[in-house]
Write a protein that binds this ligand. Structure first.
Ligand SMILES: [Zn+2]
Length: 369
């Protein structure tokens, strides 16, 4: 077997394990005997990196489970203009807020930091300018409490481009290769990958090609089908259930029927089983290339099928965390007290939940429930 990309013969030494679906968005299954180590690095650096950049916000939002590495945090701006660092487990201020006020009795600082460690660093910095500042004393007056953003999150999402297209086609070819079919038979894919000919794919938002789509799952899936009678090899690819692509790999296929698929739930890092209804004739393929089977309403429905589900899941998870944190705070505060005042306990408990309840109220979620 030769490397699909550079045609060097593959040996145990230069063969590479290539993720069929890029690792950056949660792809797990790998293929050997497809491309060499050098090409794996090159394609990963360019095609897959461009894809990873465009899909990183979704990967962070859906908290994809990866077998290697971690997604970088995203800086996002809310509708209220707050700049926040958003990653899979936390939401932090992009920059701590430091407000200075000059009063008769001296200079006052109000500091909002992400944690006590950061607050200490800021105070240590201020001490260089104001040597009389007592850092430890200032820290004892600091209170830790959860803070919610004032605005809503605002995501922009765009997808496409030449090198991203090559990543998509490579994924289809990798699945073929992993099932023992030589990717070199795909003349349309070859012309696009090697000669930058017409892209052999199009974005597809028309009928649902998944026969048993799991509800609410931001699925990654790829299906390749060889059609003996029509002499075609076609592929269908979805990322997060949102990006939907039909690929026409070959229109001169000579061989047996086949259909192979690979699908995962990237939020769990688990393979799932789905079946596909993949069979386009050449006039459909032309329409897909020309965005004629791209219904914006269907594209919107794809988003609505997965985003609210994930938001609800994360809200439920957050409520559990809030309750657990309050319980821990109460245990610490009232530890070893022999005669506990029930009123004091209830008051302290409600106080600890206050930021969360205020957040619910502000976002209208108290009314909705
Ligand atoms: Zn190579």
């Amino acid at each position: 077997m030769d490397c699909y990309l550079c045609k060097e013969p593959l040996t145990p030494k230069n063969d590479s394990s290539e993720h069929i679906i890029p690792n950056s968005i949660g792809g797990i299954r790998e293929v050997k005997g497809f491309i060499c180590r050098k090409c794996n690095g090159k394609a990963g650096e360019t095609w897959d990196t461009d894809l990873a950049k465009q899909l990183n916000k979704l990967a962070v939002f859906f908290r994809v489970v990866r077998d290697r590495g971690e997604n970088r945090a995203e800086v996002i701006e809310t509708t209220a203009g707050e700049r926040l660092i958003y990653d899979k487990t936390s939401l932090k201020l992009f920059a701590p807020e430091i407000n200075k006020e000059v009063k008769e009795d001296g200079i006052h600082f109000q500091i909002s930091a992400n944690d006590m460690k950061q607050a200490r660093q800021i105070l240590a910095g201020l001490k260089r300018t104001y040597p009389t500042l007592d850092v430890d004393k200032a820290l004892t007056s600091a209170t830790a409490q959860p803070k919610y953003p004032d605005g809503h999150f605002h995501f922009e999402f765009s997808f496409g481009g030449l090198s991203v297209g090559k990543s998509l086609v490579k994924t289809a070819l990798a699945l073929l290769s992993s099932n023992g079919i030589n990717p070199n038979i795909c003349e349309r894919a070859n012309a696009y990958i090697f000669n930058n000919d017409e892209p052999c794919f199009g974005y597809y938002y028309d009928r649902d090609l998944l026969i048993n789509r799991p509800i609410g799952v931001p699925i990654h899936c790829i299906c390749v089908r060889g059609n003996k009678a029509a002499r075609t090899v076609q592929a269908y690819l979805e990322y997060f259930g949102i990006a939907r692509i039909v690929i026409s790999l070959s229109a001169g296929y000579v061989g047996d029927e086949f259909k192979y698929a690979y699908a995962i739930d990237p939020t769990k890092g688990q393979e799932i089983s789905v079946d596909f209804d993949l069979d386009f004739d050449e006039s459909d393929v032309r329409k897909i290339y020309e965005y004629q089977l791209y219904d914006p309403q269907v594209a919107l429905e794809c988003l609505h099928a997965v985003l609210p589900h994930e938001i609800q899941r994360q809200q439920e998870q957050h409520l559990e965390e809030v309750l657990a944190n309050s319980r821990k705070a109460m245990e610490q505060r009232f530890a070893g007290m022999s005669n506990l005042d029930p009123n004091e306990f209830v008051e302290a408990y409600i106080e600890s939940l206050k930021p969360y309840i205020q957040h619910l109220s502000k976002t209208g979620r108290l009314r909705d429930r």
